[in-house]
Every structure is written in structure tokens, then in C-alpha cells.
Write a protein that binds this ligand. Structure first.
Ligand SMILES: [Zn+2]
Length: 229
């Protein structure tokens, strides 16, 4: 990596990211959950979500709300660091609150397909959590972004060097992605800290990935809901 880019990346991180406080040895795999969602309409869905605070998990909105039937969650189990259907680092099936930013009553809209979970318990003490970045995103060299998401058999996939075209709240990249949605698109700094900049939400008509960027309104709402306590 050219020195200029390293310097730029670090500058962006230092300016925009005061918020990494997890003291343990951070393993990104442990901070990413396979979501087993059951909705009040009866539908089920497998998804991916990432811890970005001690009690806060970020994911795609449609993992928390059935956009086909306009129905919220009946329950959701979270399998952090899953390795297949029968093994994981940490399982949470306790109480939580959640919020989505669109119920898609007028059809699916990728712009608003983001949501979060705030756990009653301090899940992050077991899993660690990512940093996050909302401001000055334009300055980040997106070629260093990675994506982590679970496939349908709950094995974690890492897509490296997600190339991008940015438009408003969305990231578009070239390359087909399979598996569940809601996983973190993140960058890693030279000190091996990892910062979530978006969540993977869907693919376009050619099968290329689309991510919904973390925005400050979402972070502020999560703060107010106790996600970082
Ligand atoms: Zn449904």
C-alpha cells in the first residue's frame, strides 16, 4: 500500500472514528452473527449482522421486518462466530429491541434498508465489536473494503477488495455475492482496527452487490437506544 494512501486512511480514521473501546483481542469473525429470524407472518429468514457497540448490532432492515407481508419479528436467535449449523462462538437468544427505517409498504427501497438491534445483555463483552465510520466517507479509499457474510449453511465468507461506485446512501460494487444479507462492509486500518462503513443489502439486476452506508442518523438513534452503553 503506498505511503500516501496509508497516511490518508489513518487520517480519516483518526478524524472520524473516536469510538473503539473494546479491550479484548478483536476477532471480526466473533463479532458477526448469523441471524435466524422468524416473523409474525410465519416467514423465516437467515441473515448476517455485525456488532458495532457493546449492545448494538447493525444489519439490513429486511432481516428484522418481513417486507413481503409487513410483519415484525416474532423472535430472532443470534449465532456469533457460527461455523456451520451446530457450532458458534456465542449464542444470544435473550431480550432485545430493534428498529428498521422502512417497512416497505410502497415496495422495496434500498435507500432505507438498514436496521439495528440493541441487546438487553452486554453481548459485546463476549464478541467484541467493530468501529464504525459515517463522516468523511468520500476520503476513504474504498478499494480496501471487505465484506463478511454468512452463506446459507452458516459459513462465513470474506469478499476482499470490494470495488465500488458510490451514489448517495448506497455503495455499488462489481462482483456477484451469494449467501445471506446484512453483513458488514468494512475497512481495516494499519493498526488492524476494523471500521464498518455499510451493510450489504441486496444485488442489482446484474447480480452486483449493493451496500447501504452507515449514516449519522442511524448511529445517533443507536446511541439514544443504548447500543454503546
Ligand atoms: Zn412474511
Amino acid at each position: 500500500m503506498p505511503k500516501k494512501l496509508i497516511a490518508l486512511l489513518l487520517l480519516v480514521v483518526l478524524v472520524t472514528m473516536p469510538f473503539v473501546t473494546y479491550a479484548g483481542t478483536f476477532d471480526p469473525n466473533h463479532a458477526i452473527a448469523y441471524l435466524e429470524s422468524k416473523f409474525q407472518c410465519g416467514c423465516t429468514r437467515g441473515g448476517t449482522g455485525a456488532m458495532i457497540g457493546r449492545r448494538g448490532l447493525i444489519t439490513a432492515g429486511h432481516n428484522l421486518y418481513c417486507h413481503n407481508h409487513g410483519a415484525g419479528l416474532k423472535y430472532c436467535n443470534f449465532y456469533f462466530g457460527a461455523r456451520g449449523a451446530n457450532s458458534c462462538w456465542y449464542q444470544y437468544s435473550g431480550k432485545f429491541t430493534y428498529r428498521v427505517y422502512d417497512t416497505f409498504s410502497n415496495g422495496y427501497n434500498a435507500q432505507n434498508d438498514i436496521g439495528y438491534v440493541v441487546f438487553d445483555g452486554p453481548v459485546g463483552d463476549q464478541t467484541g465489536w467493530f468501529g464504525w465510520m459515517t463522516g468523511y466517507d468520500d476520503d476513504v479509499n474504498m478499494e480496501f473494503m471487505n465484506l463478511l457474510n454468512y452463506d446459507a449453511r452458516r459459513h462465513l465468507q470474506n469478499v476482499y477488495d470490494v470495488g465500488y461506485i458510490r451514489s448517495d446512501k448506497l455503495l455499488h460494487w462489481r462482483g456477484y455475492i451469494s449467501g445471506t444479507e446484512g453483513g458488514p462492509v468494512y475497512i481495516s486500518s494499519e493498526d488492524r482496527q476494523s471500521y464498518v462503513v455499510a451493510v450489504y443489502i441486496t444485488t442489482d439486476s446484474s447480480g452486483n452487490g449493493i451496500g447501504r452506508r452507515l449514516t449519522s442518523d442511524v448511529i445517533n438513534d443507536m446511541k439514544a437506544a443504548g447500543a454503546f452503553n
